[in-house]
Design a protein around this ligand. Structure first.
Ligand code: NAD
Length: 524
């Protein structure tokens, strides 16, 4: 049972960030409700696992076809609650989930097949071993608002297909999308207790971490991630933490300026800059710096800002006032320290209360918050570099390590630089799209998190590894068991030499010395 007594019912209200229209109001799930959901998920898990992967894959296929049919409705619901333009909702959320489902359908069976472990230890030759992948049990998933559908859906499907049951806590800003996911999964035939949603705020999330879940997959800010890790640490349950980023983009002197500047603008302003993989720092070779900055400014000016339901709109609102204030604080701090705000740099109240203009800022330095803390808004800060070494040093000078990109026409050079950057993903000549490759692992180093989602490595997070060993000679005592003595010690010396000496003569001599062990006397 939960230990904390709740006196008041807490409420969450979700709004359309473009219009302020109230969409949903929910009571936060109480600690007891969270615990009950987890208990139910625990009871349901053995049965869900027992139906086998082929059957679970059939549910995924049904889910995929339902999602395909409803792609428009789901994308619109995402735009309404999270604000991103409809095209982005379709491509970065619905399409990502359809493709993740395809990946899981294609690979789950092979992934869960026992994996033989051939070995080279002569003494153990009478043994066969293999790795068995077993579900953890109940996976608690805590999701953010910025990818309210693709993030929890990809994690949920990976957890379910590997035999876990799931309790999801969506963000308090996008509970409606979490419930859309629940509706789709239910309709696909997933049993009620195999996937449950508990709506609520941070406290509801904390209750989930403190409940009887067997693993937590958390996506959100570094500050919350640390709390989740501490709480999970107290129960010694494993966690995956997908946290923030401050992704650098390195633009070398030989790039196609038009292509690279378009990438910088899209990478910085997509989802109004509220993407963990957003370009948050742009470093450009001094020789092309003025031209590159000019191209970005020109392109930023042309962007259509407004309600994402309008298909012409390219940049939607930010999620809420608190996020706007962070952006304002970073921009003002940079301005005060001498950076040049070339376009944007202010709210757009005429569009609605949550709009901030796409902003390009030149001559930024690492003394500014804009280059050190996650801004998470439509801001593209640009700085110049002189040498490749300096560019790499600047890219690595961050507490974050989620992703990065290197831009050059010389792919070999780009790939060499990519190896020197400390990040979970480094793309050469593209930004962000790695999230759309279902086979690619997603996750960061340093403060950007622990563990991976997506791809085979994401599936590995959903299982615990069991090594199984089967002895082929059950009627024989092992030679290394008790009954030691002088003769045994000499035989074992011979055996060790036999295994590892490089001299043929010594090998032969050692083999003879060791042979006596087979007819060992006095063994217990
Ligand atoms: P957040 O940390 O405020 O909230 C994330 C989730 O945690 C929400 O569901 C929230 O209710 C819950 N929560 C809050 N306090 C909690 C607690 N004490 N215990 C358990 N759960 C708690 O983050 P956010 O503002 O929703 O999301 C934005 C952040 O997420 C950004 O930093 C972004 O970079 C990051 N993010 C990372 C990835 C990634 O894959 N690395 C993806 C998307 C977003």
């Amino acid at each position: 049972m939960a230990t904390n007594v709740e006196v008041f019912t807490r409420k969450i209200v979700s709004e359309n960030p473009a219009t302020g229209e109230q969409l949903y109001e929910f009571d936060c799930a109480s600690d007891d409700e969270v615990w009950t959901a987890v208990e139910r998920a625990k009871l349901a898990q053995p049965g869900w696992n027992a139906i086998g992967v082929e059957k679970r894959v059939t549910y995924l296929k049904k889910f995929q076809s339902l999602l395909l049919d409803r792609k428009k409705d789901i994308s619109e619901a995402i735009t309404r609650e999270a604000g991103k333009p409809y095209a982005e909702a379709l491509l970065t959320e619905v399409l990502v989930v359809l493709d993740t489902t395809r990946f899981l359908i294609d690979t789950a069976y092979g992934f869960l097949r026992d994996q033989p472990v051939p070995h080279g230890n002569l003494a153990m030759k009478a043994k066969r071993g293999w790795i068995v992948r077993e579900p953890h049990g109940v996976i608690g998933i805590i999701a953010p608002w910025n990818y309210p559908f693709s993030t929890p859906a990809a994690e949920t499907l990976s957890a379910l297909v590997t035999g876990n049951t799931v309790v999801l806590k969506p963000s308090e800003f996008t509970p409606g999308i979490g419930l859309e996911l629940e509706r789709l999964l239910r309709e696909a035939g997933i049993p009620r207790d195999a996937f449950q949603v508990v709506v609520g705020d941070g406290r509801t999330g904390a209750a989930l971490v403190e409940s009887a879940v067997d693993k937590i997959v958390f996506t959100g800010s570094v500050a919350t991630g640390k709390k989740v890790a501490q709480s999970a640490g107290a129960r010694l349950i494993p966690v995956v933490l997908e946290l923030g980023g401050k992704d650098p983009m390195l633009v070398l002197e030989d790039v196609d300026l038009d292509v690279a500047s378009s990438a910088a603008v899209w990478g910085a302003f997509m989802n109004a800059g509220q993407t963990c993989l957003s370009v948050e720092r742009c470093y450009v070779h001094r020789s092309i710096y003025p031209k590159f900055v000019e191209a970005c400014v020109e392109k930023a000016r042309k962007l259509h800002v407004g309600n994402g339901m309008d298909p012409e709109i390219e940049v939607g609102p930010m999620i809420h006032e608190r996020q706007l204030r962070v952006v304002e604080e970073h921009v003002e701090d940079a301005r005060a320290q001498g950076a040049r705000v070339l376009v944007g740099g202010a709210r757009l109240p005429e569009k609605g209360r949550n709009f901030y203009a796409p902003t390009v800022i030149a001559d930024v330095t690492h003394d500014m918050k804009l280059m050190r803390e996650e801004t998470f808004g439509p801001v593209l800060p640009i700085a110049a570099f002189e040498t490749e070494d300096e560019a790499v040093q600047l890219a690595n000078d961050s507490e974050f390590g989620l992703a990065a990109s290197v831009w050059t026409r010389n792919r070999k050079r780009g790939e060499e630089i990519a190896r020197r950057i400390n990040a979970g993903t480094v793309m050469v000549n593209d930004v962000l799209s790695c999230f759309g490759i279902s086979e690619a692992p997603h996750g960061g180093s340093k403060a950007s998190g622990i563990g991976r989602t997506h791809g085979r490595l994401g599936m590995e997070e959903m299982v615990r590894i069991k090594y199984m060993d089967s002895d082929l000679m059950p009627g024989m005592k092992k030679v290394w068991w008790y009954g030691y003595g002088e003769a045994f010690a000499r035989q074992m010396e011979g055996f060790v030499d036999l295994l590892f000496t490089r001299s043929l003569m010594t090998k032969l001599r050692s083999g003879l010395k060791a042979a006596g062990v087979v007819k060992r006397k006095g063994q217990l």
